[in-house]
Design a protein around this ligand. Structure first.
Ligand code: SF4
Ligand code: SF4
Ligand code: SF4
Length: 363
């Protein structure tokens, strides 16, 4: 059977722009690498580019959609036939298009064949950088104002800024992008936007990957609306593991990791959204509906406790009182009873509040 070498520029995602950079700046090198590879196997070359992207000097160009399976021969063959880009992973499976056996090389692979592997392209906060092998990721990105760093886009990991030294660029380095999540961000709201993108890029071949994304997103949305339950964190962890184990291709096997990382790194922030119905970053939760007791004003007189029909106010004489956001119905009745003006409806960023009963003057 004749052979077709598909040079694919479709494997990037919304965080990774490397392929477009290769085509704009290194099309000649990509072409040289592809020709070298094709010569070895006697294959005909076809370039598969994202819609709207052009590259000078390339012939036999076809277009498709970006997909995490853009390096899988069957997925590429499906796109060439006008179908959805769904992969086939079996070792002995031969993908076919137009009577030819399809092999795939990525544009990065072709570039490396032509130029060697001394540099790696990594998209850093949306901008493609050429980085020498052996460089630590901590030297590539300014993480001084980072809450966390997403390494590797939709298939990547979420790490704390002080973990960046552990990531060193090499030919085995799996990650093609680095994105700083600023300290001001809410991790739950960030995950919702991230999961939206994860869903957009899943091909729908497996139910666990496709439906799992939606389920994750729904739970995170419930967290920002004050409707999530404490058990939801364990549910996310369990389902995340199931998706990793039950998904057909590396996309589904990897995308839950960033969510699992977030649950570990920011357990307090998830707890705050779920149990106290507060967004510590003051970003996502409907702060205008939240009543709180200001710890520096409360004298611990207990007057407000009886005013609340929902039994939402916790406290005892001489202790700073607290409102249980899971029980509060936002009626506002307690505001007027407090002579100290300690009970307020929050407008904007949440004030710092005690997590347990604390003596007046000790917070
Ligand atoms: S894991 Fe996701 S992207 Fe991969 S084949 Fe299944 S549905 Fe498609
Ligand atoms: S919030 Fe006001 S009414 Fe309630 S215990 Fe504190 S000072 Fe008293
Ligand atoms: S706003 Fe209403 S429900 Fe909430 S703590 Fe005050 S009195 Fe109770």
């Amino acid at each position: 059977m004749e052979k077709l070498l598909v040079v694919s520029a479709l494997k990037d995602d919304c965080y990774i722009k490397n392929a477009e950079h290769f085509l704009a700046k290194h099309a000649e090198d990509v072409k040289a690498g592809a020709e070298k590879f094709a010569q070895m196997s006697g294959a005909k070359i076809l370039y598969l580019l994202p819609e709207g992207v052009t590259a000078e000097g390339l012939e036999n160009v076809r277009y498709g959609m970006k997909t995490p399976t853009g390096d899988n021969p069957y997925s590429c063959a499906q796109q060439l036939k006008g179908n959805l880009p769904r992969p086939m992973i079996q070792d002995d499976y031969v993908a076919e298009y137009d009577g030819m056996e399809v092999n795939v090389i990525t544009v990065e692979g072709a570039f490396w064949l032509a130029k060697g592997t001394e540099i790696k392209h990594i998209t850093v906060n949306g901008e493609v950088k050429e980085i020498a092998m052996g460089t630590k990721i901590s030297d590539v990105v300014d993480a001084s104002d980072a809450k966390a760093v997403l390494i590797g886009g939709l298939k990547g990991r979420l790490v704390a800024p002080d973990q960046l030294d552990d990531f060193v660029v090499s030919t085995d380095f799996l990650y093609d992008s680095v994105d700083v999540i600023p300290k001001t961000a809410c991790i739950v709201e960030t995950l919702i936007r991230h999961l939206n993108n994860v869903w957009n890029y899943s091909c729908g071949k497996c139910v666990v990957c496709r439906e799992g994304t939606l389920q994750f997103k729904t739970i995170c949305e419930e967290m920002t609306a004050g409707k999530a339950k404490p058990a939801d964190v364990d549910l996310l962890k369990d389902v995340g593991q199931l998706i990793r184990e039950g998904s057909y291709c590396p996309y589904g096997q990897n995308w839950p990791q960033a969510v699992l990382d977030a649950l570990d790194l920011f357990a307090d922030e998830f707890d705050s959204h779920i149990k106290r119905k507060q967004c510590p970053a003051g970003v996502c939760y409907q702060a205008g509906d939240t009543y709180v007791i200001l710890p520096d004003k409360c004298t611990g007189c207990t007057d407000c406790i009886d005013e609340c029909d929902e039994l939402a106010i916790e406290g005892k004489k001489g202790f700073i009182h607290m409102i249980d956001q899971a029980l509060c119905e936002h009626c506002g009745k307690c505001v007027d009873i407090c002579d100290e003006e300690a009970i307020i409806k929050v407008d904007g960023k949440m004030p710092k509040l005690p997590k347990k009963l604390t003596r007046v003057g000790k917070f």
